[in-house]
Design a protein around this ligand. Structure first.
Ligand SMILES: *Cc1c(COP(=O)(O)O)cnc(C)c1O
Length: 427
């Protein structure tokens, strides 16, 4: 990211580095692939400043069921403290794993007899464990273009190559899928799997149509690919859009389903889950033993009681109402303020919208101007595996209260107009 505040941070690090010893020669070769997450860097920049952040991926704190969780947490520690504060099995405590299986089944996700639920420290750990257990350098992964940047970063770390497939209002353009697979194979790549956020896609909010889901699974079957269905959002879709989880359409046990309590309860609990064939979950278990032994026992019991007492359902209802309202405020503000030539998808769910500005705008370049005006977003480029998307940006609509959200969009539009004007006059 070419922004001066970041340069400043780097300079500060250099100064610290000069005082301490230079340790870079000690780092392992694999650290070469580590790069800072742009979102986290921006969050660091906007911290302690009066910047309206549309950059993060934070749920609205007004959705957190604080009183219910306070009561449940106290009860769990008082009544079950001996187990809830203790070490526990790597794949999760059994009553919670069973509750998760029932929870997703009741919402239309098919769990096969040969499947196992693996509790993870957020979906992020599940993605990491899948990187560890499935990806060899030069394995190719098919992704939506754009896609979830934290998944790109993990798979890239394990040496994966990407095959980006464009999306539109109906999700991944699956009619291109087979040709993409053939092309990659002819280049000698081992096409191993498809990673998709099929429902309320991050960053665009679109939902993949069912006929495309079927086509995706047909191609997966024909070329023997695994499918990772990363599904944090499908339980609180805003509009009535029919869709079927890939996991439910799958008859061959090739879909690995990832869920999380981050968006339907609280991300601070750090609880996610993977539902997949037992052979895979067993391998993931061995990897997870090394990474963190197990996910928080306390969080698992708290979430278990939150499910049993209907607190999760209540939070899902509230999330749907609150976020839909904010989505509508955002769309109204975009229509009112954004410069001509901008376009976006209307998100059907999730926490984000992806905006394309006129092609003359470079959103990475423009970010400093926006921050100076008091607003932050994530430049679009990081969501593309091939570096395209320079005129795009992701904005979050779940976190800020509606009036601040509106103001943030007005400020972004203002920055964009100034940027376009400056560019046109050659300065
Ligand atoms: C928010 C989100 C997650 C959740 O990550 P956690 O580690 O469970 O907090 C996973 N995938 C996508 C696409 C997301 O948007």
């Amino acid at each position: 990211m070419k922004i001066s505040a970041l340069k400043l941070l780097e300079a500060l690090n250099c100064i610290v580095g000069a005082v301490v010893r230079d340790l870079s020669g000690k780092f392992s070769a694999s650290t070469k692939a580590l790069k800072p997450s742009e979102v986290r860097e921006i969050l660091a920049l906007t911290e302690n400043r009066k910047v309206l952040s549309l950059a993060g991926g934070l749920p609205g704190p007004e959705v957190f069921p604080k009183e219910d969780l306070a009561r449940i947490a106290a009860r769990v520690i008082e009544e079950l403290g001996d187990s809830a504060l203790q070490y526990s099995p790597t794949l999760g405590v059994m009553p919670f794993r069973e509750a998760v299986a029932d929870f997703v089944r009741q919402r239309g996700v098919k769990v096969l007899d040969s499947d196992r639920v693996a509790v993870t420290t957020g979906s992020q750990e599940a993605i990491y464990l899948l990187g560890m257990t499935l990806v060899n350098p030069r394995d190719a992964i098919i992704v939506e273009s754009p896609t979830y940047l934290a998944a790109l970063n993990v798979f890239r770390y394990f040496g994966a190559e990407f095959i980006p497939v464009p999306i539109d209002e109906g999700g991944m353009r699956t009619e291109m899928l087979e040709d993409k697979v053939k092309e990659a194979r002819s280049k000698g790549l081992n096409v191993k799997m498809i990673y998709t956020v099929a429902t309320c896609h991050n960053p665009t909010g679109v939902i993949m149509m069912d006929d495309r889901r079927k086509e995706l699974l047909e191609v997966a079957s024909k070329y023997d690919l695994l499918v990772i269905e990363d599904d944090p959002y499908s339980f609180f879709v805003f509009d009535e859009v029919p869709f079927t989880p890939l996991k439910t359409l799958d008859t061959e046990g090739r879909v690995i389903y990832l869920g999380t309590f981050s968006k339907i309860l609280a991300p601070g609990l750090r609880l996610g889950y993977m539902i997949a064939d037992r052979q895979l979950t067993r391998t993931v278990e061995l990897a997870k033993q090394m990474v963190d032994l197990h996910s928080s026992t306390l969080s698992q019991y708290v979430a278990l009681y939150a499910i049993r007492e209907g607190v999760v359902d209540k939070t899902i209802q509230r999330a749907r109402t609150v976020y839909r309202e904010k989505r509508d405020v955002m769309i109204e503000a975009l229509e009112e303020y954004m410069p001509d030539g901008s376009h976006w998808f209307k998100p059907k769910g999730g926490l984000f919208a992806f905006i394309y500005l006129p092609s003359s705008v470079d959103t990475t370049d423009m970010l400093q101007m926006a921050i100076d005006r008091g607003v932050a977003y994530v430049p679009g480029r990081s969501f593309f595996s091939d570096g395209s998307g320079s005129n795009a940006m992701r904005i979050n609509f779940s976190y800020l209260p509606p009036d601040k959200l509106r103001e943030g969009i007005r400020l972004i539009a203002e920055a964009a107009r100034d940027y376009i004007k400056a560019k046109a006059s050659g300065s």
